[in-house]
Design a protein around this ligand. Structure first.
Ligand code: SME
Length: 137
């Protein structure tokens, strides 16, 4: 199975796995930089469809991480001014950047229907994953 899996399928599988195994990971998806443009484009994801398939750098939680290159853990999205609502169910968000050759090329975005669900362990697991992902991207 795995030798035939392309990158897209691997990312899809990761989304499914995380969504299945961690009950409060209710939407899991990838965004990637759109070529030379300063915008993110939605990649593989699992969860409710979103209107935000293209996000300019700086906009929302994702856009902020695209600019800063730093993990953003938002325990309660109601407290955020710069936030793009994908679903009224979303209460918290965790966005971790993905680097290749030192360049911020994208991110994993996790939405939760619970308030303050994410642990330091979640954050470290996602940072570890994104570090590993640079090897296949
Ligand atoms: N909430 C994100 C937008 C992406 S959706 O959550 C899938 C943001 O504020 O950037």
């Amino acid at each position: 199975e795995s030798p035939k899996m392309n990158t897209e399928e691997k990312l899809e599988k990761i989304c499914h796995l995380l969504n299945q195994e961690i009950p409060y990971f209710n939407w899991v998806g990838f965004y990637f930089k759109n070529g030379e443009k300063d915008e993110l484009v939605l990649g593989p994801y699992v969860g409710a469809p979103t209107d935000h398939t293209v996000i300019p750098y700086g906009r929302g939680i994702c856009g902020q991480v695209a600019v800063s290159g730093q993990t953003l853990l938002v325990p309660d999205v109601r407290a955020e001014d710069n936030y793009l609502a994908c679903s009224i169910e979303t209460k918290a968000e965790l966005v971790v950047p993905i680097f290749r050759n030192g360049k911020n090329i994208g991110q994993i975005d996790i939405d939760s229907h619970s308030i303050n669900p994410f642990t330091e362990e979640d954050r470290h697991l996602m940072e570890w994953l994104c570090d590993k992902l640079s090897e296949i991207l």
